[in-house]
Design a protein around this ligand. Structure first.
Ligand SMILES: Cc1ncc(COP(=O)(O)O)c(C=O)c1O
Length: 445
């Protein structure tokens, strides 16, 4: 629908948006009859595909039993069941932990920032309140979540409104902020947390939050072995809580239920959103380890925080139905297999002079485009390379997630691919063909 005939305040007044009327598996169908292959799961949300009838039926069943009861007065069976199932999937220190459900990722980050503050108050450390994070990261769009985010473009208009708690270097081997190479770097980027704390009033720091694999901002940049372990050790030694933001990477997208499980690390809190209800309902959550939950239970007993729609019965019913579907079709195990097919389809892409790197675990893949491959030099921002490739893929009926700024917050073009775990071999072939042709088209014009 074009800008002038819409009553919605859009993401972009200069664009027109098709109306999505139906979803079938990996496909979205618009009101004008076009079919789009959803190679990005929208924004790494749609883990089990569109239009799965069982999920709609489970939501309708819950809504017809009871749609809402306020959490100051009632718990719901669907929220209780999903909480127990999520804790069972998490690292061992979440056994006997608790889950705080929200309506999305930003609310989960916001909840975590307040929860770690109150944890330290309850533990007799009232001086602790700052949540340290990394440059070149994204944790959500509300003001607390934006304060910990290090995404330059998304922060820029709101700079005067944001708390300044401190950001350390990103972990990004393709454009190492220290100009080093793994393994001789000895993961200097992890030690940047130690140096930062030594020089910036460590006593006031409550937590460190990080994306185990940086999604939108860096295009699926995974850390080398040793990084997450070292970060975790520093946090333990300094009495700082570790928050893993798995809003994009959680619920199986990287090939394990949670990405931290690739490195056997036990964070204190895990944030999830996006794929937990696969887009069928707004849902996010903070998974709280038993140690942290225990401090609240033995202390004041009450967290000074709350949302009217937290732990919504219909959203958590959607979450349960999505997890049932994942278990029934063994989709966590399918991710590495179908991801290998996608990788194989894209294997010759880095031979192109302007494709710098394909990176990322499981079904979270980033493709970075460079002007000069030897120097890893990005294109000028004005050339809008990522957007041009997205448009060329869109014209071929394939949806991708483009972003700029991975190099320095301004320059650096990449495309994110995050198709549903159910994507077929034939669909993977369509995605890789669209990308090969779009790259050839954009760089030959
Ligand atoms: C890592 C990460 N954290 C937080 C968020 C914010 O989640 P939401 O958009 O559901 O508020 C996102 C969304 O893109 C994300 O990728």
């Amino acid at each position: 629908m074009t800008g002038n005939s819409s009553s919605l305040f859009p993401r972009n007044f200069k664009k027109s948006f098709p109306i999505a009327v139906r979803g079938e598996g990996s496909w979205i169908i618009s009101s004008d009859g076009r079919k789009f292959l959803d190679a990005s799961g929208q924004a790494a949300v749609v883990n089990i595909g569109h239009g799965v009838r069982e999920i709609a039926e489970a939501m309708a069943e819950q809504a017809s039993q009871i749609a809402f009861a306020h959490t100051t007065q009632f718990h719901s069976g669907s929220a209780e069941r999903l909480a127990a199932r999520l804790l069972a999937l998490a690292p061992l220190n979440f056994k006997n932990g608790r889950v705080y459900f929200t309506s999305g990722g930003s609310e989960a980050t916001e909840t975590a920032i307040k929860l770690v503050r109150q944890f330290h108050l309850e533990s007799g450390a009232p001086e602790k309140f700052r949540v340290v994070s990394r440059r070149q990261s994204y944790h959500g769009s509300t003001l607390g979540a934006m304060s910990v985010s290090g995404n330059v473009a998304r922060r820029a208009p709101y700079q005067p409104l944001l708390a300044e708690w401190g950001h350390i270097a990103p972990c990004f081997c393709y454009h190492c902020p220290f100009g080093k190479t793994f393994p001789s770097c000895n993961v200097a980027c992890a030690d940047d947390l130690e140096s930062f704390l030594s020089n910036n009033n460590a006593a006031s720091v409550s937590a460190f939050v990080f994306e185990p694999v940086v999604g939108a901002t860096l295009g699926a940049a995974a850390p080398p072995d040793g990084y997450v372990q070292r970060i975790s050790e520093i946090c333990r030694k300094r009495g700082i809580l570790l928050i893993a933001d798995e809003i994009m990477t959680g619920m199986g997208r990287t090939g394990k239920p949670f990405a931290v499980q690739h490195w056997n690390v036990e964070p204190d809190l895990i944030l999830i959103g996006k794929g937990v209800a696969s887009g069928y309902a707004p849902l996010g959550a903070v998974l709280i380890s038993s140690r942290v939950a225990g401090v609240f239970a033995k202390g004041s007993g009450s967290f000074q925080h709350g949302f009217t729609y937290q732990a919504h019965p219909v959203s958590t019913a959607a979450g349960n139905a999505v997890l049932d579907y994942i278990e029934e079709h063994q989709l966590f195990g399918r991710v590495p297999l179908i991801a290998n097919e996608l990788r194989a389809g894209l294997a010759s892409l880095p031979l192109h002079a302007n494709v710098g790197e394909i990176r990322g675990p499981g079904l979270l893949l980033g493709i970075e485009f460079v002007k000069d491959k030897t120097a890893r030099e990005p294109f000028p921002r004005e050339e809008s390379i990522a957007e041009k490739i997205r448009q060329a893929c869109f014209d071929r009926g394939v949806l991708t997630y483009p972003t700029q700024g991975c190099v320095d917050g301004v320059r650096g073009d990449h495309l994110l691919l995050a198709p549903p775990f159910t994507v077929s071999t034939e669909e993977v072939a369509i995605i890789s063909s669209a990308i090969h042709h779009s790259v050839a088209q954009v760089f030959s014009s």
